[in-house]
Design a protein around this ligand. Structure first.
Ligand SMILES: Cc1ncc(COP(=O)(O)O)c(C=O)c1O
Length: 342
């Protein structure tokens, strides 16, 4: 099976599994797990922030960050298709109690002038605007990269108006690698970032929030409230450290495989292929006569898995466990299914 559903399907490497056996462990709720402490310090340093906090998932990292930046009833601005709004079970409203204010983006980017227009002035009738969330890379926009200039412009506007900026950087290293910039420089204007160890970086579990010492101290308490205070969490942190050491640069291979897949798919008549920037390829079947669910079923029968991104949209994601040969094989299968439907 060629599994292109997500980069979350990556399994830990042998080095990651071996690191667990050697990890120095302790009770992390009491901050006695040396491996967790090392991961948090390493992540903070890598992203140029004061402190880090290991969390169970990207979803928990975003929720803890939103809770830390806001109080219930506050308004949070985000791109209309952002993961925080679309895929995180409404936790931002159900648990953090905030009001999402959605801004339609341009391939995942919030145009600065649109943010200016959308930000509401203080008014007795309005919720308090408190936070802006951006996503880099942007999943539903097709793994698009939010460039430094946009982040800086969004941060400047947010800060001028007294709002903080959080980056859902589940795939921030894909963005940094694609842009060839230092990740710390890329996220420099943001007040907090969550990134995932468990996606393209191939670690089995975990995400990390980074920000100021003060922010992370407060976030630690919200993590505990949400049940994320773990004990010998070094068994998660150890593979995370291996991921940061060994998996960042190789994301380029995933990007290259995505580009090869997209380039080949473009040759199929009637198939619309979205522009590819990182490890995500989205195709639109609208002109092929297929809906995504029927197509995915056929695809799976032929040994390829992908996911639906809408009625006629299908997402393929490249990662460490698929090779160039695999993506070429996947292309051949997609082409044969679509050709037999003509
Ligand atoms: C952009 C983005 N943010 C956050 C998440 C949530 O991460 P997790 O699945 O670890 O909760 C994902 C997961 O796919 C994602 O793509």
């Amino acid at each position: 099976m060629i599994d292109l559903r997500s980069d979350t399907v990556t399994l830990p490497t042998k080095e990651m599994l071996e690191s667990v056996l050697e990890a120095r462990l302790g009770d992390d709720v009491s901050r006695e797990d040396e491996t967790v402490n090392t991961l948090e310090e390493t992540a903070a340093k890598l992203l140029g922030k004061e402190a880090g906090l290991l969390v169970t998932s990207g979803t928990q990292g975003n929720l803890v960050s939103i809770m830390t930046h806001t109080t219930p009833g506050d308004e949070v601005y985000m791109e209309a298709e952002s993961h925080v709004y679309y895929y995180e079970v409404g936790g931002l409203s159900a648990i953090a109690g905030v009001i999402p204010h959605l801004i339609p983006g341009n391939r995942g980017q919030i145009p600065p002038e649109t943010l200016e227009e959308e930000l509401r002035p203080p008014n007795i009738h309005f919720p308090n605007p408190r936070l802006v969330v951006i996503e880099n890379t942007h999943n539903r926009a097709g793994g698009t990269v939010i460039p430094q200039e946009n982040i800086k412009a969004i941060a400047d506007i947010s800060h001028d108006r007294g709002l903080s900026l959080h980056i859902d950087g589940a795939r921030i290293f894909n963005a940094a690698v694609a842009l060839n910039v230092d990740v710390a420089k890329l996220v420099e204007p943001a007040d907090s970032i969550t990134f995932c160890l468990s996606k393209g970086l191939s670690a089995p579990v975990g995400s990390v929030i980074v920000g100021s010492e003060e922010f992370i101290e407060k976030a630690r308490k919200y993590r505990k409230m949400l049940g994320g205070g773990m004990r010998q969490a070094g068994i998660i942190a150890a593979p995370g450290l291996v991921a940061l050491k060994t998996m960042i640069e190789r994301l380029r291979e995933d990007h290259e495989n995505a580009r090869i897949l997209a380039e080949n798919l473009t040759s199929i008549e009637n198939l619309k292929v979205w522009p590819v920037e990182t490890n995500i390829v989205i195709v639109d079947l609208a002109n092929t006569g297929y809906q995504s669910t029927d197509f995915l079923q056929k695809l799976e029968q032929r040994g390829v898995r992908a996911v639906s991104f809408g009625k006629t949209l299908v997402r393929f994601t490249t990662h460490r466990m698929v090779s160039k040969e695999d993506v070429l094989q996947a292309f051949t299968i997609v082409a044969s299914i679509l050709e037999s439907n003509n």
